[in-house]
Design a protein around this ligand. Sequence first.
Ligand code: SAH
Ligand code: SF4
Ligand code: F3S
Length: 469
Amino acid sequence: MQIPNYEKARKRSHEKVLIRKFRMDEGLENLGLGKKFFLKTYGCQMNEHDSENIKGMLNIMNFQETLDMNKADLILLNTCSIRENAHNKAFGMLGRIKHLKESKPNIIVALCGCMAQEVGVVEEIKQKYKFVNFVFGTHNLDELPSLLKKSFHDSRLNIEVKSIEGDIVEEIPVKRESKYKAYVNIIYGCDKFCTYCIVPYTRGGQRSRKKEDILEEIRELVKEGYQEVTLLGQNVNAYGKDLYEDYTLAELLLDVSKTNIPRIRFITSHPWDFTENLVEVIRNHDNILNFVHLPVQSGSNEILRKMGRRYTKESYKKLYDSLRSIEGISITTDIIVGFPGETREQFEETLELVNYCKFDSAFTFIYSPRENTPASKLKDDISLEEKEQRLYELNELINKYSKKSNEDMLNKTYKVLVEGESIKEGMLFGYTETNKLVNFKGNKDNIGKIVDIKILDAKSFSLDGEIVG
Ligand code: SAH
Ligand code: SF4
Ligand code: F3S
């Protein structure tokens, strides 16, 4: 039993990162024979990709996936801590599972992901959700097979969560969701410690994967016919800083570009580490897509300072303008309203910034205090009503520009990677290079291919089009 500890989670010693290879004890290959698992994933792409690894490991143990929780022998929740509502969803689910376990006491229940790294969450599980079999953290995902084995022999709650800077584990089996586009981790953890954010505590220190390992994985994907890779990290622009003298995200992108994978994306970018060199690399390479997610969080310098973002609205605009000069680029952002002490005037500065940038789209959030973060100790005297009003006003403005950005595409032709059948009857769907969702009629043979689509109708959140040529 090992429970999380914030003192340790905060430490950054910058000692050498240990790279180890996944290995599974012999004899676990048949642990899952005849058994089904149900996996629910919350949170960001990093969690989605971790879930692909969880499925990969369960696969080699011969578990079968079920999408019906009631049929499962093993239920796993891969959780997210970023805001209160992510918590509430996971705890709501635990409530449902408790009910199920009353009638099926033999099912095994596991909780992992970012919430597992939280001291308060683990305490709550120990007190109120004792039926959970085991909890494992983001640093020991690869221990899933051995933890599972233990839980088959001993049904008591087992907590194995490490609060460390983190190692890198290579070669964890993976079962990817898509045959055409793939996530590839390039950097783990985060050292930015924005004052509102829990990620540096749940995901550990910033640590880059070796370029050889990344390129090898991508070359393999190319061989398997993948059309697109998304390079993943909480702050991809910091890539290489902890590992190399002069090999950054720009150089990595150049090397990935040479693998000839047709489409390369990278998320998320922090404005702080975004160099001019990187802007030029995006501008000059066709397979590095013209799409950048560049969270700004606020348009007020005072709030940015309190958030610990380490840039100003002026420097953000400068970088933004430089990126905008790339023809056809799409730029999206994240914004938080109602940070402790945010005045109406400061919020209006955010609206001004949105009016300046005219983002292609944005994720907007009401500030949510997170356990143990510096911002959660600040006085928060804005009423919920006022926060909701600000979010509403901001969304109105964001949606106006999203719609406009979509309307600008009308009657023009764009390359779309066809991903599958749309939820719209008889239609296919895919994404443009700029990450816009397009629905269109077409033969299923097109799935997995990049086709030219002419845009016929523009909505706020999607486009309709037709195949040309
Ligand atoms: N690493 C990325 C973002 C990761 S979290 C970056 O720094 O840009 C995704 C988004 O969630 C953040 O950009 C922020 O807008 C939002 N977020 C993070 N912590 C939050 C909190 N405590 N309350 C509300 N929104 C939050
Ligand atoms: Fe959180 Fe800031 Fe790190 Fe993004 S850069 S994950 S917002 S601490
Ligand atoms: Fe959530 Fe953890 Fe991602 S807190 S947003 S799942 S890094």
